[in-house]
Design a protein around this ligand. Structure first.
Ligand SMILES: Cc1cc2nc3c(=O)[nH]c(=O)nc-3n(C[C@H](O)[C@H](O)[C@H](O)COP(=O)(O)O)c2cc1C
Length: 440
């Protein structure tokens, strides 16, 4: 088994009734006797993922219901399209106190929060979790978020420019306390050495800050930086800052192209080693005792998708109001201001062949455009190995199709198969999330 590349696994969810399979909440196996808005559900989800030795639970987030389908959020509310969604950082201590090793990837937008409080929040969580936090750095791509916060939406390039400055200030604040600044000498009464707690004096185009960080150096120093930008600008941002990337590509060729592109950016533009950023690709696994059993499960999940909800979701993620388009129109011809990287998952869903608005909506609503593997544990493990070896994946973000069941099944059926093949850890090597991600 030596020489085989090992993989990382994460569970992709939201702090809401529905994650990324539209209509999931109505699936007969979804949340049986579990209330997603109460701690026991999150404790169980976390313990299930830790039982399967996942690197982390990854919490996506949006700041408000999408409002561009028919110029309203009605369809999102009506069909639970990522709505309701509660604040993501509130469940982090529940997850991390129920577990010892599992990390948490937390999506927090830079759009409406000052870097000073962002650093304070993330450092506090890194302390409380003993160093198991990753930050998925986003800038709010959806107009509904800007409307909810009463702000004028800025364009993609402005958002990235602002986010560069945001990161600069955050990193200065994270470096404010040197790791050995605390003396805690009861005899002299000196708690910390002020010469090792640096005052930040930042004056930028978008932000100013003068003062020391309020949190002392956390176990990881700063959270693991995670990124999912996929436009050319987004890939540069990711190649510059990220330690791990989340991307969705429907085919192995697209994965490979992305892996090559990112690794080139790392070395050519940012003087970083190719392979030094973990490339985690989205995947939907529908596992059954037999192929026909898995196929039945697939059909059942698909039958839960309401077309109107699916159209509202692609409107939310990509920007245009898809109620205005003919269902048979090809999406390739439509200009989109929203999440470029995820739109490409649709464009290439049929290997580059034209795809209609209706097909695109239903395809996307299954699991956010992720490739879907339907089969036995052996089939699923085969596909995971293929994407790893041929697509350059370092690991997979497993989208939820009904919870907690889909994760329980993956952990019980697929994880042992991956371990048997020498593709997945059999114990956690490190104590922090960064250490576990860097384990291989
Ligand atoms: C796989 C994936 C997952 C994402 N998840 C979120 C999310 O949970 N919340 C969010 O606000 N943005 C999310 N985004 C949006 C991006 O992080 C980014 O802000 C957006 O794609 C705009 O940048 P881009 O045009 O460079 O892709 C996601 C993007 C991708 C590709």
């Amino acid at each position: 088994m030596a020489g085989k590349k090992k993989i990382h696994l994460l569970g992709f969810i939201q702090h809401g009734v529905n994650s990324h399979a539209t209509g999931m909440w109505r699936h007969p196996k979804d949340k049986i006797n579990w209330d997603w808005s109460r701690p026991p559900y999150w404790q169980h989800m976390a313990q299930t993922m830790e039982r399967g030795m996942f690197d982390a639970m990854f919490i996506a987030d949006e700041l408000a219901p999408y409002n561009n389908y028919e110029q309203s959020s009605d369809a999102c509310v009506k069909y639970a399209v990522q709505c309701p969604t509660h604040e993501p950082s509130t469940i982090v201590p529940i997850i991390t106190t129920a577990t010892k090793h599992l990390g948490v990837g937390l999506t927090l937008s830079t759009a409406f929060e000052h870097p000073y409080s962002m650093v304070r929040r993330l450092s506090s969580l890194d302390h409380l979790s003993s160093g198991r936090i990753a930050w998925n750095i986003v800038s709010s791509y959806s107009k509904s978020e800007w409307d909810a916060y009463g702000a004028e939406m800025t364009n993609r390039s402005d958002r990235y420019e602002r986010m560069e400055e945001y990161m600069d200030l955050c990193c200065q604040l994270w470096d404010s306390w040197e790791p050995d600044a605390i003396i805690a000498d009861k005899e002299t009464g000196i708690f910390a050495d002020p010469s090792k707690v640096h005052e930040v004096n930042f004056k930028g185009k978008y932000f100013s800050s003068k003062g020391r960080s309020f949190c002392y150096h956390s176990p990881q120093g700063r959270p693991v930086f995670w990124q999912a930008g996929s436009s050319a600008r987004g890939r540069d941002f990711a190649a510059k800052h990220a330690e791990a990337i989340f991307a969705v590509h429907p085919t192995v060729d697209r994965m490979k192209q992305y892996s090559d592109d990112l690794n080139q950016r790392l070395s050519n533009k940012f003087n970083r080693k190719p392979g030094s950023v973990k490339l985690i690709y989205g995947l939907q696994c529908i596992v059954g005792e037999s192929e026909s059993h898995a196929q039945e499960k697939y059909e059942q999940i698909r039958s839960c998708i309401p077309l109107e909800g699916a159209l509202a979701w692609i409107s939310g993620h990509f920007g245009p109001d898809f109620s205005k388009y003919d269902l048979d129109e090809y999406v390739q011809n439509i200009e989109i201001p929203g999440i470029q990287g995820l739109f490409e998952s649709i464009i290439y869903a049929k290997g580059g062949d034209p795809i209609t608005v209706k097909e695109a909506a239903l395809y996307y609503a299954m699991g956010m455009g992720m490739p879907v593997v339907v089969g036995t544990p052996t089939d699923v493990a085969d596909k995971i190995e293929y994407y790893t070896d041929e697509g350059g994946a370092d690991g997979f973000m497993l989208v939820a199709s009904y919870t907690p069941g889909c994760f329980e099944e993956f952990v019980d059926l697929v994880v042992p198969e991956l371990q048997r093949r020498g593709r997945f850890r059999t114990s956690y090597a490190g104590t922090t999330l960064r250490e576990n991600l860097l384990q291989y």
